[in-house]
Design a binder for this molecule. Structure first.
Ligand code: CMX
Length: 133
């Protein structure tokens, strides 16, 4: 089966400002804003056919998204691909020697179970695995 891109996460300084481009200019409607407190980010989801854009705004100055913007500026922060069984996917990658940031699932926006793969193993791209029911 082809891999499904669940969403593309984009780090922004301000979701309100970013929506002026995504909503007003491009006409892609934001379907909901949600804070993921544990990860110190506010997220805004904009559905595009078969995938979504996720705008990510830091909710704290020591948020990983604040640090990302400080270092690299606003831009693509991660790519999330859909998996059917997150534990199985993590186990398979581990067996293949892939370095994981999260060995165990945690919760992301929209109640998805997620885990991040270390950019050292992916050619510099932060990769998120996402299981949605
Ligand atoms: N792109 C490329 N590299 C990145 C990166 C990014 N976006 N974020 C982190 N890295 C790199 C770091 O530079 C670091 O590299 P070194 O080991 O060479 O120093 C490595 O990845 C590990 O990063 P870290 O910050 O030291 O590790 P942590 O475990 O503290 O945090 C992570 C990792 C990915 C969880 C955190 O940086 C992060 O981005 N958290 C926010 C997660 C998020 O976007 N949540 C939104 C909700 C989820 C959703 O539904 O999508």
């Amino acid at each position: 089966k082809p891999v499904v891109v669940d969403h593309i996460g984009i780090a922004v300084k301000s979701i309100e400002e970013a929506l002026k481009f995504w909503e007003a200019t491009l006409g892609i409607k934001c379907e909901g804003v949600e804070e993921v407190q544990e990860q110190k980010v506010k997220t805004a989801f904009l559905p595009i056919k078969d995938t979504e854009v996720e705008l990510l705004e830091a909710t704290d100055e020591d948020s990983p998204v604040a640090k990302f913007i400080e270092k690299k500026g606003e831009g693509i922060h991660h790519i999330a691909i859909r998996v059917e069984n997150l534990e199985e996917a993590l186990e398979e990658l581990k067996q293949k020697g892939v370095r994981l940031i999260d060995e165990k699932p945690r919760y992301g926006a929209g109640g998805a179970r997620i885990a991040f793969v270390h950019p050292k193993s992916t050619g510099g791209v932060l990769l998120e695995l996402s299981e949605r029911n």
